[in-house]
Design a protein around this ligand. Structure first.
Ligand code: ZN
Length: 74
């Protein structure tokens, strides 16, 4: 079972809705833009990423998403 999906960009936490991405309200507890508080990922400092359709990756443990191509292009 996937967690609530989230992403981090521009020092803001974003959550997906049917109409696209919206700023998290209230903002989830995110540490350093990378880890959710009390997540197993924070403790081991590693996400368990799984590929979704297209180029999206999602962490099965905390729901963090990332666009692989966007990252590779920077
Ligand atoms: Zn994670």
């Amino acid at each position: 079972m996937l967690q609530q999906l989230w992403a981090y960009a521009g020092e803001v936490v974003w959550l997906p809705t049917e109409d696209g991405w919206v700023q998290g309200q209230p903002e989830p507890d995110v540490i350093e833009g990378e880890w959710r508080a009390q997540s197993p990922c924070l403790e081991r400092e590693h996400h368990d990423m799984m590929r979704l359709d297209g180029d999206w990756m999602v962490c099965v443990d905390c729901g963090r998403t990332s666009d692989e191509n966007a990252r590779a292009g920077t």
